[in-house]
Design a protein around this ligand. Structure first.
Ligand code: UDP
Length: 337
């Protein structure tokens, strides 16, 4: 049984990935400083899987403490690195906080990958590395232009660091570029718990439906899209989680895998904001109180993934429909009352 160190395992995608890895017979340990999450989520992971996951409550920017995890677990066969700050508007206000946190933590971890000869490494990247693209859907070969936010740039620079590191390392690295994760585990026991007021569309929809907000805004209906609102590629968080398990198996089973590779993790479908609102109303029977507001500064007009590489290389297929995404997100919101 391979032992995987999951950083940021108490977060949204991290916790769903723990479940998927455990269900696929991996041994997991968690490293999460819980500055923006709670280790209570590990109780829910135990309820779902029956497995008690140990968390090291350590900040990755603290090299010596992080090293102690490797001293204690010299048999780590791979790392899935989720831990990072991810709030786009906050990164615009505090760029140095984002560069310091997201890049120092990555560099520390790679120093330890080298020192302890860890063979496999999976990095949480983001479709925000593509910036404002013109040609859709985006493939992994789409030329990267300037990212819209410091957050996106920490992911882009992170990928560059990994690509350079892979040239001198014995290990294998895959960067996964996530599109827009939504939904929650079908058990209703884990989901997205924003550490501050949510800025993303899905939790804003469910908070509006449950009455935590009196109304929500659609940011712009005058974009050059089919209904004037922005297009994104929404994908169920458990489908993203499973892509990590498959990527890890791929690295373990393919000794001839490239040292460094990049994969889009998206559904391949673009939905507008109005389409998402309709999908939610249809799936749940809840009516949403919304108004059209001005465009939100920094928003990309439209982006969605070409996921051919993910499907052909890892054999990934999505399990959850847009309807499932809405229903599971709504169940999760209701369970938080
Ligand atoms: N959006 C919106 N109202 C909100 C929050 C988001 O209309 O209250 C829109 C936003 O302008 C974008 C889409 O929903 O077009 C997805 O936004 P989100 O922040 O979830 O993802 P990102 O823009 O980072 O891909």
């Amino acid at each position: 049984m391979s032992k995987i160190l999951v950083t940021g395992a108490c977060g949204y995608i991290g916790s769903h990935t723990l479940v998927d890895l455990i269900e696929n017979n991996f041994e997991v340990i968690s490293l999460d400083d819980n500055s923006r999450s709670s280790d209570n989520v590990l109780d829910a992971v135990k309820d779902i899987t029956g497995v008690n996951v140990k968390n090291y409550q350590i900040n990755l920017c603290d090299f010596e403490k992080t090293k102690s995890v490797f001293d204690e677990n010299p048999d780590i066969s791979g790392i899935i690195h989720f831990a990072a700050f991810k709030t786009v508007p906050e990164s615009v206000e505090k760029p140095l906080l984002y560069y310091r946190n997201n890049l120092n933590s990555l560099i520390n971890l790679l120093e330890l990958v080298q020192e302890f000869d860890v063979p496999n490494f999976i990095f949480s990247s983001s479709c925000s590395v593509y910036g404002d693209v013109k040609d859709l859907p985006v493939t992994e070969k789409t030329r990267l232009v300037r990212t819209a936010s410091p957050y996106g740039n920490t992911k882009k620079v992170g990928e560059e660091i990994l690509e350079d590191f892979a040239k001198i390392s014995n290990g294998k690295i895959i960067a996964l570029r996530y599109f827009n994760p939504i939904g929650a585990h079908p058990s209703g026991l884990i989901g997205e718990s924003p550490f501050s007021t949510p800025q993303n569309l899905m939790p804003i929809i469910t908070e509006t439906a449950i009455g935590k907000r009196s109304k929500m805004m659609v940011f712009g209906d005058d974009y050059p899209t089919r209904d004037g609102s922005c297009i994104r590629d929404y994908i169920h968080v458990s489908d993203i989680a499973h892509a990590h398990t498959l990527a890890f198996k791929y690295l373990e089973e393919n000794k001839k895998a490239e040292n460094y590779d990049v994969l889009n993790i998206g559904s391949g479908n673009g939905s507008t904001v109005f389409e998402l609102i309709n999908a939610f109303e249809n799936a749940t029977g809840q009516k949403l109180n919304y108004e059209v507001a001005d465009r939100r500064p920094g928003d990309t007009i439209a982006i969605y993934a070409n996921n051919d590489k993910l499907k052909s290389k890892l054999g990934w297929t999505p399990k959850y429909s847009l309807d499932d995404m809405m229903k599971t997100a709504w169940n999760w919101e209701k369970s938080q009352l």
